[in-house]
Design a protein around this ligand. Structure first.
Ligand code: FAD
Ligand code: DHB
Length: 388
């Protein structure tokens, strides 16, 4: 089998790249380890930057997102019983769109089907070969060994995939920070507690009130890394959430049975470089942010933008500059999203080793943000997304 761009991983990064390239007349084959249902069952990100939204439009898959996504012009930040608003529209003339990663992925799969794109599910033993020569990918499918020859490989296989490991250790440098807590998230078929998201710092730990649609809410509480979702009954979750958000919100919170409950650990991680020979890393394969700034999926999208632009320049205009500068451009934006996510995480969580002084610093940071227009602009510009 041969294709121009072999894409490893059929999550949002791999599918979006495949769809954009196909529209530009560039062939791809996507190799995905899981079934489609499994990929669609993962409840993850919910907030899209306009850069992401524009890429979905360019890929011709924005119809449902434009009809059903919610434009958010601001967000609420709470601490103890106080709450203030960051007005994105005022500070940036921009907004974000609330539309779940599950729906993004579903739209992309439907579009791939409609265009006859090749997505091979259930592959195993994926190996990347001859990255500095004539690249090819080997894998097992339906019990048979297969080989896919290609010009380039896009490693879109998430944090645990094989692509990053294919960059030799003497070339690869990894930077990591692991946080001493996780997020317990639930999805419930109840109306959201507010029209906007509430990010709450409380002495019992962080909480986030988010949503998917008018009757589907997504809530998170900071939890211990040793907790398991089974340790938390729905009632225990709702009780804890109510203790961490302002009383007004707690009083109007409508609770119900959870339809999904999971714990995500928090990590900051970046690998450099993001290109090695014919291999280009994208999304979680190259970097992870703690979810506090809603940047995970959005940083994946900026990588796809740079790689897509570089591949189009290469194939359609015989110009390698976009590919040659891919790693540098992608990383320059990634590090800024890493900084923002790290800062938001530090601002809003309780850390086990936090001293009384550290808590005073956090409070001063929150009050400065509440009172200072420039600080609000900095948060708003980062939250809606830095330019590509
Ligand atoms: P992924 O979505 O991980 O997709 C990678 C794909 O590669 C997967 O489908 C996987 O099955 C496939 N794959 C892996 N190994 C192989 C292999 N060997 N062969 C073939 N295929 C392979 N971001 C936010 O902004 N907000 C959130 O609330 C949020 N919550 C999250 C919760 C969890 C538990 C996790 C893990 C992430 C969360 N994120 C969140 C981050 C966000 O979901 C990711 O940044 C986003 O999914 C990245 O997309 P991706 O396509 O790069 O990687
Ligand atoms: C959601 C997740 C986030 O990490 C975030 O910062 C905002 C919203 C969500 O799942 O809706």
């Amino acid at each position: 089998m041969r294709t121009q761009v072999a894409i490893i991983g059929g999550g949002p990064s791999g599918l979006l790249l495949s769809q954009l390239l196909h529209k530009a007349g560039i062939e791809t084959v996507v190799l995905e380890r899981q079934t489609r249902d499994y990929v669609l069952g993962r409840i993850r990100a919910g907030v899209l930057e306009t850069g992401f939204v524009n890429l979905m439009r360019e890929a011709g898959v924005a119809e449902r997102m434009d009809a059903e996504g919610f434009v958010h012009d601001g967000t609420l930040i709470a601490y103890d019983n106080e709450q203030f608003r960051i007005d994105f529209a005022k500070h940036t003339n921009n907004h974000v769109v609330v539309y779940g990663q599950t729906e993004v992925t579903r739209d992309l799969y439907n579009a791939r089907d409609a265009m006859g794109g090749t997505v091979i599910h259930g592959v195993s033993d994926v190996e990347l070969n001859d990255l500095t020569g004539k690249p090819y990918v080997t894998f097992t499918h339906d019990g048979q060994s297969k080989r896919l020859d290609c010009d380039f490989i896009a490693g879109c296989d998430g944090f645990h995939g094989p692509s990053r490991q294919a960059i030799p250790l003497d070339v690869r440098r990894e930077y990591e920070k692991v946080y001493p807590f996780g997020w317990l998230g639930i999805l419930s078929e109840t109306p959201p507690v507010d029209d906007e998201l509430i990010y709450a710092n409380s002495e019992r730990g962080f909480a986030l009130c988010s949503m998917r649609n008018a009757n589907l809410s997504r809530y998170y509480v900071q939890c211990s890394l040793s907790d398991s979702p089974d340790d938390w009954t729905d009632q225990a979750f709702w009780d804890e959430l109510k203790r961490r958000i302002p009383e007004d919100a707690a009083d109007k919170l409508i609770t119900g049975p959870s339809i999904e409950k999971s714990i995500a650990p928090l990590r900051s991680f970046v690998t450099e470089p993001m290109r090695y020979g014919a291999l280009f890393l994208c999304g979680d394969a190259a970097h992870i942010v703690p979810p506090t700034g809603a940047k995970g999926l959005n940083t994946a999208a900026s990588d796809i933008h740079y790689l897509y632009t570089g591949l189009v320049q290469h194939y359609l205009h015989n110009d390698s500059n976009g590919l040659d500068t891919y790693s540098q451009k992608a990383l320059s934006r990634i590090w800024k999203a890493e900084r923002f996510s790290w800062w938001m995480t530090n601002l809003l969580h309780r850390f086990p080793d936090q001293s009384a002084f550290d808590i005073k610093m956090q409070r001063a940071d929150l009050e400065f943000l509440r009172d200072n227009d420039a600080a609000q602009t900095v948060l708003a510009e980062n939250y809606v997304g830095l330019p590509y």
